[in-house]
Ligand binder design. Sequence first.
Ligand code: AMP
Ligand code: MG
Length: 404
Amino acid sequence: MLEIEQALSLVLQHVERTPRQCIPTADAVGSVLAENVASDIDSPPHDKALMDGYAVRADDLSTGVAEFNVVEEVTAGSVPTQPIRSGFATRIMTGAPIPLGADAVVILEHSDILHASPLRVRLHEPHAQPGLNILRQGQSLRRGEIVFHEGTEIRPVEVGLLAEVGRTEVAVHVRPRVAVLSTGNELVPASRLPDRGKIRNSNGPMLIALATHAGASPVDLGIGFDQEDDLRARILDGLREDVLVLSGGVSMGTADLVPKVLNDLGVKQVFHKVRMKPGKPIWFGVSSLNDRKTLVFGLPGNPVSSLVGFELFVRPAISQLKGLRVNQWPLRTVRLAHAHQQRSDRAVFRPAFTRQQGNEFVVELLEWHGSADLRTLADADCLAYFPAGEHDLSAGETISIYPL
Ligand code: AMP
Ligand code: MG
């Protein structure tokens, strides 16, 4: 049986980036740049005031205090008309361009008005030196400078900076399309009250939400029965997309038909079963029906197994499809809040949550009732990860967690 790292590396070997496409920057959150982006301007476009105050020559304040005649007031959005000579000042507001000749801004709080009209002020500033409270032209970024490199994931802050450099459209990798098919004779849609022997389909909506959150476009294939013809028809629909995620039907039971149907449809199995808990029966293969490559994941039906399988294998695949470079999981190390004994011949993932203790974060494992217990997972903000083996851990020892 494969170890989890081997399985991830096999998945990633089969992932190619989606093609590029130009889209409005406003729609690009979660996508990944397929081009380098350069600035078309200096930012700021002029030397600008960082505070409300008086623009002066720093030399005039060598003794820490001096009096000035104020020649004009400049607010953000307007431009100065008067150069500044020794003994003169411009009343200036945050964001406004610095007048010629001035090289420092003394804040309003360091001024006293001596005469209102014409305005004359006394300024006290023991630390006056050129550059005080001024952001120089181009100090944040220069015209022609590369602001973002290809492969950058677009977050809200990137949207802001793209707007600053005038990019209303950007080239990104096309959002991967992820089809989700829940299988099981026991499943009814969430809108129905389950009859005896039935349960609601929680995996379908959860996997669609996970795919959306990972930056993919989800395609809902509904519920498939544990019956070859029905599965075949729905799986064929899924093989039109970049990724097909199935839940259920990959274990050893008599109704577990998913691997057989996938095999009959020519989907090449890459692996079945990974040494992990929960989620061991996970199935992964690749289809190239009608010249379209589809990555196919068969996740075990228990909701926690489905979620862990998605996080460990499907999310990295989506990330790489959409243009990110992936080579490992975003594990972090945190101290255990309590002693814990873990014994397993498989890698184990346990719902856990992190909380502040003193000036650091510690992690606490949640009591849970196995891989059908989605209720407890909803209280978790991470999965605690224990490699296979015997671990006798004391409170304060560090372990790895996978943030959710
Ligand atoms: P399976 O992997 O098909 O053997 O299913 C394992 C367990 O997960 C069974 O108890 C199923 O009833 C349950 N299960 C399967 N699919 C779903 C689903 N879509 N939503 C909630 N539970 C499911
Ligand atoms: Mg089943």
